[in-house]
Ligand binder design. Structure first.
Ligand code: UGA
Length: 445
């Protein structure tokens, strides 16, 4: 919304949320306090805020005033009832639709921005069109394809914008209004319009294909470790085939983030519900492979440290699910830490952007043990050299650039020997570290 406001100074955009603290943070004069860390976002907010971009808790006023409403609430995986652990929880979407239906007195275009299961627009439409006060609604699907950490460049220069809507004259008019909003900065040829179901499904499928590439290369990484192949070399060799392409072939400790797992589980659930068991099994394997990759990484640490990490200190460099974000949702680090704590390891974490309280709440959320026990085994430090002091091993969980610039000799001197490094992102200079004296284990090598 900030980028949309930046590119359309003549459109007034109001972002509303019930969470007053969050809105206050978005309005804070200190741009360092914005609730999301995203390179370049502070400048965009600074440019548009107070001009045509506003943050407010007055949800009803904003609904009244708007001609177009973007529903951008979260759709987590259900944690209860039918479809528990798989289906998308549409509670927040429905509450939004009901509130719009209650408050609106003029015709509106309602845009699904949240990632949703196919056919959700039908439910939203049904709620909105039963207000009985004559207000007309058009529902559009406009899924977001930006990735965290590169959000601003992905938005200013998108591969494509996707807009789905009803293929009726009114539906087409609504689609055109949204095409015009994006048209102020995105070339027309990159704005795709489809029917609403294709748009909803494309979002899930795009993430499923991306995640599948990571799981595919991670499956190969295990094969590389069992042979003498090197996964980076294999990735390069296959990626130069233009039909395969070089992107998203970086083997890792496993993909994380709020999207891949949730969206694939959603796809699996939809397929199962439609009786398409083979389709469901096919996509579920992407998740199974990812869980395996995380476990394998943790098990490898235990095995290498002479089959016991009990009472040993393992330092984590990185907790976020990828670099350049403070988002930790579904980060592989959480699961690797959980496994190591099961083995009674003391895990000390350093991440340049993740707070200590976030780390604790992430591990507590798994409910594997009590909060006090987690507190005992897991600590966070705000300096990498303190985090690695006296450690038996270092595990790299996120590919932050700064890790490459550390004084590795100083780190080595302060560690227990033999000093091990498990590079879950293949970002460190293995040869240079081995020259210092480290034992280094990457992924797929
Ligand atoms: C992903 C998609 O890339 C976006 O297009 C989509 O809009 C977004 O989900 C969403 O649905 O909102 P995001 O989760 O922010 O974006 O991050 P990615 O860059 O896709 O990375 C996901 C995970 O895969 C990270 O943990 C990353 O480290 C891992 N990954 C990615 C690899 O392990 N190897 C790779 O080669 C690429």
């Amino acid at each position: 919304m900030a980028v949309m406001a930046q590119k359309n100074p003549n459109i007034k955009i109001t972002v509303v949320d019930l969470n007053a603290q969050r809105i206050a943070d978005w309005n804070d004069n200190d741009l360092g306090k914005l609730p999301i860390f995203e390179p370049g976002l502070d400048q965009v907010v600074n440019e548009a805020r107070g001009r045509n971009l506003f943050f407010s808790t007055d949800v009803e006023a904003a609904i009244q005033e708007a001609q177009m409403i973007f529903i951008s609430v979260n759709t987590p995986t259900k944690t209860y009832g039918a479809g528990k652990g798989m289906a998308a929880d549409l509670k927040y979407i429905e509450l939004c639709a009901r509130q719009i239906a209650k408050v609106a007195t003029t015709n509106k275009i309602v845009v699904e921005k949240s990632t949703l299961p196919v056919k959700t627009a039908q439910a939203i439409k049904s709620i909105l069109n039963h207000t009985g006060n004559g207000v007309q609604f058009q529902i559009l699907s406009n899924p977001e394809f930006l990735a965290e950490g590169t959000a601003i460049t992905d938005l200013t220069n998108p591969d494509r914008v996707l807009i789905g809507g009803d293929q009726t004259p009114e539906g087409k008019l609504a689609i055109q209004s949204l095409v015009d909003v994006y048209g102020s900065w995105v070339p027309k040829a990159q704005i795709l319009t489809t029917n609403i179901w294709s748009s909803e499904l494309s979002k899930l499928v795009a993430n499923a294909f991306l995640a599948q590439r990571v799981s595919s290369i991670n499956a190969i990484s295990e094969l590389c470790e069992a042979t003498e192949a090197n996964v980076d070399e294999v990735a390069k060799a296959i990626g130069m085939d233009s039909r395969i392409g070089p992107k998203f072939l970086k083997s890792s400790v496993g993909f994380g983030g709020s999207c891949f797992q949730k969206d694939i589980l959603n796809l699996v659930y939809i397929s199962k519900s439609l009786g398409l068991q083979e389709v469901a099994d096919y996509w579920e394997q992407v998740i199974i492979m990812n869980n395996h990759q995380r476990n394998r990484f943790a098990n490898n640490i235990v095995k290498t440290l002479y089959n016991t990490v009990s009472g040993k200190k393992i330092a984590f460099l990185g907790w976020a699910f990828k670099k350049d974000t403070n988002d930790t949702r579904e980060s592989a680090a959480i699961y690797v830490a959980d496994k190591l704590i099961d083995e009674q390891a003391n895990v000390s974490v350093y991440d340049p952007k993740v707070t200590a309280s976030r780390v604790q709440s992430d591990i507590n959320y798994l409910n594997t043990r009590t909060e006090a026990q987690n507190n005992n085994y897991l600590t966070s430090l705000d300096n990498p050299y303190d985090a690695v002091k006296n450690a038996h091993a270092i595990a790299v969980l996120t590919e932050w650039d700064e890790f490459k610039t550390y004084d590795w000799q100083r780190i080595y001197d302060n560690m227990s020997k033999p000093a091990f490094i498990f590079d879950g992102r293949n970002v460190l200079d293995k040869l240079a570290l081995e020259t210092i004296g480290f034992h280094v284990k990457g992924i797929g090598k």
